[in-house]
Design a protein around this ligand. Structure first.
Ligand SMILES: Nc1ncnc2c1ncn2[C@@H]1O[C@H](COP(=O)(O)OP(=O)(O)OP(=O)(O)O)[C@@H](O)[C@H]1O
Length: 218
């Protein structure tokens, strides 16, 4: 089964009078259960592609199919529904609600996705956050927030995970533990994963890698 199918993708940003092209015909296909690393220098379009794949950014041309839906045919509400239930998004600015504790954030996330609350504390603990369940997001470090954002994705049980630098603000040791948890979980769930990273060691742990330098043409 194909999870993501992109063909002939064109995307540019208008800056003033000029259009800055990011993609001029990008194609990629990802099977369910597969993991893909997006690499490439800063500004090569990694975050833009992740945003397109979860409906937060539109396209200028080509076709994007995600989890059996053609992107262009989905309304904003339908994209939001997919992000709530089937596409787990881990972005650099975490999606934690500031007025809720870490545990409450996870419970809300599981609830919105229609999942049971069962293993919420387990997930926090597996990501090294035991003892921090009752803290608010601004009472933990940036790396701890990043791990809580990953736990949010685990509890919702999505079919596709999009992660932008999921280990970016972690020390080497913690980054490895978090990557272990991520890949272990992804394989156990059998979902697909696309992550953007500058860390080639992390990229090598994915089934495939797409270097977006030069627009990702292969
Ligand atoms: N909202 C925007 N308006 C105008 N240009 C944008 C916008 N967002 C991104 N860009 C430009 O699009 C290009 C791709 O940016 P993007 O953030 O996708 O790159 P990236 O590979 O994720 O970079 P990094 O590794 O630094 O996170 C860059 O030239 C960037 O300046």
């Amino acid at each position: 089964m194909t999870s993501v199918n992109v063909s002939g993708l064109r995307k540019s940003y208008a800056t003033g009078a000029e259009a800055v092209p990011v993609f001029t015909g990008l194609s990629l296909r990802l099977a369910s259960h597969e993991s893909l690393a997006l690499t490439g220098p800063s500004g090569s379009g990694k975050s833009t592609l992740l945003n397109i794949l979860c409906g937060l950014e539109g396209i200028d041309g080509g076709e994007v199919h995600v989890l059996g839906h053609e992107g262009a045919s989905l309304s904003n509400d339908q994209w939001a529904g997919l992000r709530r239930q089937r596409i787990g998004v881990v972005f650099q600015d975490s999606n934690l609600m500031p007025a809720l504790t870490l545990e409450e954030n996870l419970k809300l996330r599981a609830d919105l996705a229609g999942r049971s609350f069962g293993p919420v504390r387990d997930w926090l603990s597996r990501l090294g956050l035991a003892g921090l369940e009752d803290r608010y997001p601004d009472q933990v470090s940036g790396g701890q927030r990043q791990r809580a954002a990953l736990a949010m994705v685990f509890v919702m049980g999505p079919d596709l995970v999009l992660a932008d630098e999921p280990t970016g603000s972690l020390d080497r040791h913690t980054a490895r533990d978090v990557a272990d948890a991520l890949f272990h979980w992804q394989q156990a769930q059998g979902c697909s994963l696309i992550l953007a990273t500058h860390d080639l060691e992390l990229a090598d742990r994915c089934n495939r890698r797409l270097d977006l330098a030069g627009g990702g043409q292969q």
